[in-house]
Design a protein around this ligand. Structure first.
Ligand code: AP5
Length: 219
């Protein structure tokens, strides 16, 4: 089963993708995480993406699509993936359609997590991320208590550079301008389920899992 999680920056895509991964045994494929890994390793792709990401803009479509194409072809993506943060432009959505066809796979559904801009600012202003595993915590809403992989004591937590107030504003503008049109695009395909992303993490998880269950192909 291949699912897309659509939503603004900080809407909870990464958090909910982990819940979906646990429930359905799918690969969690986050384009943002892939880029951050490339940046840490200072690969050629990482060097190209770093400045763009830190300014809150989108990495060009050609680079992003090529990275996702390679990742989706890997054997661990064969059983299906939760696409978190991809596609993010109409060009990427069209490229994904072509890629799915090429790989003989199908998109089961798109879950659009809806959160108001003010709430997004509150969430991103308090987010802390683990540099080792990319798990997101929040100073107030989801504080670090234990490492999900039992590997550290929280010593690798950091604040993402693109979570500075000015960059958050830029990312929100980019979302409204370039990514929001995808809601209508997927609505027209009949694949879209909007989910209220406000409320506690557990409340949103219940809604997201319910939406995903409805996409599960019948045996
Ligand atoms: P990416 O890493 O994908 O960033 P994003 O889409 O802006 O999303 P975030 O990771 O910031 O947030 P999230 O929705 O996953 O929320 P989270 O679960 O962490 O991309 C980064 C950059 O890479 C982009 O800006 C772009 O430059 C580039 N990029 C990536 N993909 C690209 C693409 N396809 N094309 C081009 N460029 C691309 O939650 C946020 C916080 O809120 C956490 O602290 C969490 O604990 C907390 N939280 C979550 N849910 C709740 C809740 N219900 N209540 C309270 N707190 C909550």
């Amino acid at each position: 089963m291949n699912l897309i999680l659509l939503g603004g920056p900080g809407s909870g895509k990464g958090t909910q993708a982990e819940a979906l991964k646990l429930r359905f045994g799918l690969l969690h494929l986050s384009s943002g995480q892939l880029f951050r890994r490339h940046i840490r390793e200072q690969s050629e792709l990482g060097k190209q993406a770093e400045a763009v990401i830190n300014q809150g803009n989108l990495v060009p479509d050609e680079i992003t699509v090529a990275m996702l194409r390679e990742r989706l072809q890997a054997s661990d993506a064969r059983a299906g993936a939760i696409l978190d943060g991809f596609p993010r432009t109409l060009a990427q959505a069209k490229a994904l359609n072509g890629l799915m066809e090429e790989l003989g796979r199908q998109l089961a559904g798109v879950i659009s997590i809806e959160v108001a801009d003010e709430e997004i600012v509150r969430r991103l202003s308090g987010r802390l991320v683990c540099r080792e595993c990319d798990t997101a915590f929040h100073q107030i809403f989801s504080p670090f208590t234990a490492c999900p992989f039992e590997k550290c004591q929280g010593e690798h937590l950091y604040r993402r550079e693109d979570d500075e107030p000015e960059t958050i504003r830029e990312r929100l503008q980019v979302f409204h301008r370039l990514t929001e049109p995808l809601i209508e695009f997927y609505e027209q395909t009949g694949l879209l389920t909007p989910v209220d992303g406000q409320g506690t993490i557990e409340q949103v998880t219940r809604r997201v899992l319910e939406a995903a269950e409805a996409f599960r192909p019948s045996a």
